[in-house]
Write a protein that binds this ligand. Structure first.
Ligand code: G2I
Length: 481
């Protein structure tokens, strides 16, 4: 069974994430077979603290996601972090109505497909954002002068066509986004003005029919604490559920201001969870007045940790997505004058205190469970080599290579013990000749800035013990980090 993209539809968790060499020359006599099996990076080895957000979140049975900007998919530093740290990606803009159906009946799926391909290569879930929203709505819808029948048809056609296209590829959809005013009443929009409050139920029913397996969410901001707006949302969701409208989850965007996390966040999440719904933190960031200083960054770290603990305390809170992971890409400075520094990484993609705090709150440990390690030695490149799982007939290895200088295209080589074969991998194109494995950049992660980290992983056919080999980057041996 295939969807409109021609993707074979298998459940997302079992979707293969394999980038394999296809060149006959690369494969000569030493085929790295493309067994398209679970190449999703698994959780850390039992007993060892997870060193990445995604491993730590997975151990908690949750996902950790990020919004992804289409324009950054060619930046290796960006994609390296996005793949290594996050198990879910949300389209920051490319699946919005103005991007995907800019004129009536004319759909542009290419950028959204790019995101899905990226996610599948990294074993990540895709969160679709968003189907029905008053903003980023093309003029032909917002000012089209459609009557009730026509607008219903326009809305349903949009939902159905987009969800059909991504059926099996998108796990969750924000079906309706930001439908409320601050006082809890329904926001005026072309949808509510023309269709009345019933547009929400219609949108969800249409969405369920389009992709019965996708989780369907209603998403909003300033609904994190108990208050007028979240009460309005709660009342509407309760009433829709009692009418049999298929809603699965509520997204709490969580665009917070430093020192202003609502104290009723957990209570609020829990009351929605008690309706039988999943709850998700969908767009987390914590902005501050610029310039940032170390005191503010420490408070921000504590608040990222506290939000993380809030989600973990509610069993129906399935995951946390940050709205971009780096201050270099955040929407905040462009919208709030004089504010920013809202993300886990700084402008140079270096982890901020917030990163370590969130990782620790998830039960992980910065540096992979060995806080006593000395600073990484200097040199052209430093390698972390982690066997993240091992069983009788296979191992999964995650490799990180920090490069001191920028690289434009990379190739990493290392030897496996005799007889060990790479069977599948992610975030690189693999080939193997005898014991020597070559992992070359995938089309989307070749450019890595100075100080950036290349991340890839692979599975072998052998569960025997082995010590980390010497890894060379573009022909130069790296040191162990
Ligand atoms: O505003 C923050 C978020 C609030 N919740 C819904 C999200 O969808 C929203 O995301 C932001 C994106 O982060 C921005 O990147 O939504 C904005 C638009 O409402 C996005 O900004 C837009 C710019 O305003 C446009 O000028 C630009 O063409 O991004 C567009 C694509 O780059």
């Amino acid at each position: 069974m295939t969807n409109e993209r021609g993707t074979t539809m298998i459940p997302l968790v079992r979707r293969a994430a394999v980038v394999l060499a296809t060149s006959a020359a690369l494969l000569s006599g030493s085929l790295v077979t493309g067994a398209a099996q679970a190449a999703q990076p698994p959780a850390a080895e039992p007993g060892a603290a997870a060193a990445t957000l995604r491993d730590a979140a997975e151990e908690q049975g949750r996902f950790v996601g990020t919004a992804v900007a289409d324009g950054r998919l060619g930046n290796g530093t960006y994609t390296g972090i996005a793949s290594r740290e996050f198990s879910s990606v949300t389209a920051e803009n490319v699946m919005k109505w103005d991007a995907i159906e800019p004129s009536r009946g004319s759909f542009n799926f290419a950028p959204g497909d790019r995101l899905v391909d990226f996610a599948q290569a990294g074993g990540q879930q895709v969160w679709g954002h968003t189907l029905v929203w008053h903003s980023q709505l093309p003029g032909w819808v917002a000012n089209g002068g459609f009557n009730q029948t026509q607008l219903t048809q326009v809305m349903n056609n949009h939902i159905t066509t987009v969800m059909d296209h991504y059926e099996g590829d998108v796990a969750y959809w924000d079906v309706v986004n930001e439908a409320f005013n601050e006082d809890g009443t329904l926001r005026s929009s072309v949808f509510s003005d023309t269709l009345g409050s019933g547009f929400i139920g219609t949108a969800f029913r249409t969405a369920r029919a389009a992709d019965p397996d996708a989780k369907l969410c209603i998403n909003d901001y300033n609904t994190e604490g108990v208050g007028a707006k979240s009460n309005g949302l709660y009342n509407l969701v309760s009433s829709l559920l009692s009418q049999g409208v298929p809603i699965d989850c509520v997204g709490f965007q969580s665009h917070f201001i430093l020192d202003q996390i609502p104290s009723t966040f957990q209570t609020n999440l829990q009351r929605f969870a008690d309706l039988g719904l999943e709850v998700v933190i969908t767009e987390l960031d914590i902005r501050m007045n610029l310039p940032a200083d170390s005191a503010k960054l420490q408070r921000q770290a504590a608040q990222f940790a506290s939000v993380t603990r809030t989600c973990l305390a509610v069993s129906a809170c399935r995951g946390i997505t940050v709205w971009g992971f780096s201050d270099a890409d955040s929407w905040v400075p462009g919208v709030f004058d004089g504010q920013g520094a809202a993300c886990l990484y700084d402008q140079n993609y270096q982890a901020k205190p917030a990163f370590g705090a969130m990782l620790t709150a998830l039960g992980g440990e910065p540096g992979g469970g060995d806080p006593g390690d000395p600073d990484p030695p200097a040199g052209p490149c430093q390698v972390t080599w982690r066997v993240t799982s091992r069983w009788n007939a296979g191992s999964v290895v995650e490799v990180g290579i920090r490069t001191t200088a920028a690289v434009n295209g990379w190739s990493a080589t290392f030897a496996l013990p005799s007889g060990h074969r790479v069977t599948s991998g992610w975030n690189a194109v693999f080939s193997q000749s005898g014991a020597t494995v070559t992992a070359a950049n995938a089309p989307y992660n070749g450019n890595v800035g100075a100080g950036g980290t290349i991340g890839f992983g692979f599975q072998t056919d052998n569960g025997g013990q082995y010590t980390p080999p010497t890894v060379s980057l573009n022909g130069t041996a790296c040191t162990a980090a």
